[in-house]
Design a protein around this ligand. Structure first.
Ligand code: COA
Length: 255
């Protein structure tokens, strides 16, 4: 799998995508968006991928947002095409769990990309923010919707209205990220979590994600229905039967 602005690999059930434009702090240009669409499609179609880890090359940034040179030239018609938003929607719906492993700047579209992942692990150097309003636009690749869900409406409004940067400790405190660790441990922690996730029931992971995503997309009655139907599918699966039998026959390794 070769891409212009990404590095992509799969090993032991864990897929890795690295945003690879370190000279411009991994700013997300159209070529990277096209690459990400292609990589996500290719990885989603594989049977040997149980979890996906996303990170940024160079250590200085996860991603410093959309490429401002390209953004300046876009008009209303392109905004309505929702170029970044559709990609992040695809990422949120990626069939298996996703982890953002973040060091350095995680701004604008970079922050929106991280928020479209299921779990975020941040290094102490990371800085988060939605500086779009300073550029005369809004965070419209899901930022106005996902940030309030993660940190609450009041905090999201403050972050978006002021455009200020949120450091790693604050990001951890307000729930923007799941864990904060030393920079050099970010990838190790992400891989450790990825291995833990990859060892779980394959179908169960997928359907747990579908059901939890429904919690923010639908009314509660529909959410309960998605949960119930997901469980019904799992109850008849061979994996469920084998995993429960393994427990009862004391073949399960203790966590
Ligand atoms: N789009 C395009 N280019 C970007 C970019 C972006 N979002 N973010 C950084 N770059 C480029 C810079 O123009 C610079 O290019 P140059 O080397 O040709 O001058 C290079 O990346 C390095 O950036 P620099 O500002 O010198 O690095 P820094 O470490 O001092 O600061 C940031 C890093 C992220 C704080 C700063 O680059 C920045 O504020 N970027 C824009 C963030 C933003 O507004 N994002 C939202 C976009 S909607």
């Amino acid at each position: 799998m070769t891409y212009k602005n990404l590095l992509v690999a799969v090993d032991g059930g864990i897929a890795a995508i690295v945003l690879n434009r370190p000279d411009v702090r991994n700013a997300i240009d159209k070529a990277m968006i096209d690459d990400l669409h292609a990589a996500l499609d290719a990885l989603a179609a594989r049977d040997d991928v149980n979890v996906l880890v996303l990170s940024g090359a160079g250590g200085k940034a996860f991603a410093a947002g959309a490429d401002i040179a390209q953004l300046r030239e876009r008009k209303s018609r392109e905004a309505l095409l929702a170029i970044n938003a559709r990609l992040f929607q695809k990422l949120e719906e990626f069939p298996v769990p996703t982890i953002a492993a973040i060091t350095g700047y995680c701004l604008g579209g970079g922050c929106e990309l991280a928020m479209a992942c299921d779990i975020r692990i941040a290094g102490r150097s990371s800085r988060f923010g939605q500086p779009e309003v300073a550029l005369g636009i809004i965070p419209a690749a899901g930022g106005t919707q996902r940030l309030p869900r993660l940190v609450g409406l009041g905090r999201a409004k403050e972050i978006i209205f002021t455009g200020r940067m949120v450091d790693a400790d604050e990001a951890g405190r307000i729930g923007l990220v799941n864990h904060v660790v030393d920079d050099e441990l970010v990838m190790e922690r992400a891989q450790e979590m990825a291995r833990q996730i990859a060892a779980q029931g394959r179908m169960a992971l997928r359907l747990a994600k579908v059901a939890m995503n429904a919690s923010s997309r639908t009314g509660q009655d529909t959410g309960f229905l998605v949960e119930q139907i997901s469980q019904a599918v799992l109850f008849d699966s061979a994996d469920k039967h084998e995993r429960m039998t393994a427990f009862l026959e004391k073949r399960t390794k203790k966590a």
